[in-house]
Design a protein around this ligand. Structure first.
Ligand code: EPU
Length: 337
């Protein structure tokens, strides 16, 4: 185990923010992970996965533990389904491509989401009508205090929209070490009703798509709307879509008759934060080396050299403006440190 000092975190966060970690270690085995947690010289520790859902606003006065536990394996198989276990440090999209290469179905709509397997359950990643919870079987997590490995099944994770127990009661208590998914091996259930997927498949003249074709369509949609973090620093949606009471939405319609919404329950609707931010005039706004993305107003971007503090301040201005214009609160989806 090689503990380094004074290490730039720029390569390890998709926003590309250049802050310095006081100490830094890359972990590729469970034994090393348990050992590093016992090191008394480093009382403050920060666990980092793919760095795709974090905004670093200052240097990190801690030991940064970069999780790089690798490995994908088939656990068991029935006639219709397969259980596949991936270790936490596997890159999410590469894992999805691996499942598609085996013709295992279920993750195709979640193609090209940045980040790692181990962080995917924390916010129940989702896109194009599918969420992680739909194929999640269980995950294993190391208790930071006791070092015991606990298995969490789907119910124990309390998944919700961009939410789970790991963002609530269990926050900061566990490091997820692997995730097991239940995938289909035949009769794949496709989710192609989402408008953008439907029209992308139509453009390609595909009537009965395979899971691989759905994945290709999703990749094309994401590439057209969302900036590639390798080219422009970003962390996907910066805000969650607010879930509001129907009465709030009806009030909004009086002033903005075209305001979009998606039903959540009898009483609640979700309003696309991207629409609120665009309507408030922020889409494509650029303030020097940072701003709001041209094609998707939910995404804040670092064009190179911006500080996390700049981006945080911009996000706060957006939140206050949305509150003032629409009387709706939007919360950040990204963890701010
Ligand atoms: N919209 C606008 N302007 C914009 C962006 C969106 O008016 O600049 C409105 C439009 O009405 C559009 C609707 O928002 O029809 C929905 O837009 P989109 O399909 O792009 O989805 P989203 O609700 O903005 C969510 C996820 C994305 C995910 C897409 C596709 C959240 C916070 N974001 O965005 O997730 O890819 O759906 O399913 O739920 C991420 O989490 O990093 C992420 C990219």
């Amino acid at each position: 185990m090689n503990i380094q000092h004074h290490v730039s975190l720029k390569p390890y966060n998709t926003f590309g923010i250049d802050v310095v970690a006081k100490h830094f270690v890359t972990i590729s085995t469970l034994e090393d992970l348990k050992e590093v947690l016992t090191l008394k010289d480093y009382p403050n520790k920060l666990v980092l996965g793919g760095g795709s859902n974090i905004l670093l606003t200052k240097d990190v006065d801690a030991l940064v533990i970069l999780i790089r536990l690798k490995g994908i394996s088939v656990v068991s198989q029935t006639n219709d389904t397969v259980l596949v276990k991936a270790n936490a440090g596997e890159n999410w999209h590469e894992f999805v491509l691996w499942t598609l290469a085996q013709d295992f179905g279920g993750l195709e709509n979640l193609s090209l989401i940045p980040g790692n397997v181990g962080t995917s359950p924390i916010q129940n990643i989702g896109a194009y009508g599918v969420e992680l919870k739909d194929t999640f079987e269980s995950c294993e997590a190391l208790n930071i205090e006791t070092h015991a490995i606990t298995s969490f099944n789907k119910d124990a994770c309390a998944f919700d929209y961009r939410n789970s127990i790991f963002k609530q009661h269990a926050k900061g208590q566990y490091i997820i070490t692997s995730v097991t998914f239940k995938l289909s091996i035949k009769n794949h259930q496709l989710h192609t009703n989402y408008g953008a997927i439907k029209s992308e498949l139509e453009t390609r003249n595909i009537i009965e798509p395979t899971i691989q074709e759905v994945s290709k369509a999703v990749i094309a949609i994401r590439e057209s709307k969302l900036p590639n973090p390798k080219e422009i620093g970003n962390s996907g949606s910066f805000f969650k879509n607010p879930v509001v009471d129907k009465s709030v939405y009806l009030d909004l319609l009086k002033q903005f008759p075209n305001a979009p919404s998606y039903p959540v329950s009898e009483r609640l609707v979700k309003i696309p934060a991207g629409w609120l931010i665009e309507t408030a005039g922020f889409k494509g706004k650029r303030l020097g080396n940072y701003g709001v993305h041209n094609n998707q107003a939910l995404v804040l971007v670092n064009y190179g050299g911006a500080s996390g503090f700049d981006i945080l301040r911009l996000s706060e201005i957006i939140q206050t403006t949305i509150k003032r214009i629409f009387n709706i609160t939007i919360e950040s989806e990204v963890n701010i440190l």
